[in-house]
Design a protein around this ligand. Structure first.
Ligand code: SF4
Length: 197
């Protein structure tokens, strides 16, 4: 039987737990160690850490449509289960613990589109249709008014220096390929990425 790194860690954990229970003289019913595991009945799926370009693999545990835990993916070739402090705290993007240690929805998490008009001091709540339409219109207007077919030497450049594109470490290679294509099609030459590794 081929044992993956992930299975190996699960099996090791089970063996250690079993040995500990035996040493303590606990019956199977008294093996409280795994009883309260938050992820006990959760389904798991994998994702990529959204914080930087290292692209560490993370396992998300989901129960009833809610994330109940996250941890480093031992099978992922980049991090082999390890996470830095940011990746280790990924769960807290969605939930924080109250004084009793019970997870509560993180009140600081943004769940709506917020828009602050030029010179305004307050944020307005907008819907996604408005946001996407407005972004598209502004990109089009900026591109149309600043597009250069040639530079001052007559060399064909087909560019707009007034637009910039910022990628995301959360996107995979295929998504970034498409984003890059779209940016180039718009004539954007200022292309960067939050991780820039
Ligand atoms: S923030 Fe940390 S855990 Fe996340 S991808 Fe970067 S190094 Fe990995």
């Amino acid at each position: 039987m081929k044992i993956s790194r992930r299975n190996f860690l699960w099996i090791s954990g089970a063996v250690i737990t079993g040995s500990l229970a035996l040493k303590l003289g606990l019956t199977p019913e008294e093996k409280v160690v795994s009883k309260d595991l938050r992820i006990q009945y959760a389904e798991s799926s994998t994702t990529i850490c959204p914080f930087c370009g290292v692209g560490c693999g993370i396992i998300c545990y989901v129960e009833d449509g809610k994330v109940v835990g996250t941890e480093g993916d031992p099978d992922h070739p980049i991090n082999e289960g390890a996470l830095c402090s940011k990746g280790s705290a990924l769960y807290n993007m969605a939930y924080v613990y109250d004084e009793k240690g019970v997870p509560q929805i993180n009140p600081r998490r943004l769940t709506q589109v917020l828009y602050r008009a030029p010179y305004a001091t307050d944020w307005e709540v907008k819907d996604w249709d408005w946001a996407l339409e407005t972004i598209a219109q502004r990109i089009k207007k900026t591109r149309d008014t600043t597009f250069e077919k040639t530079d001052s030497d007559g060399v064909t450049v087909n560019r707009s220096k007034a637009l910039a594109w910022l990628g995301s470490a959360m996107c995979n290679n295929e998504e970034n390929y498409l984003f890059h294509k779209l940016a180039k099609a718009l004539g954007i030459i200022n292309i960067d990425h939050c991780a820039r590794l």
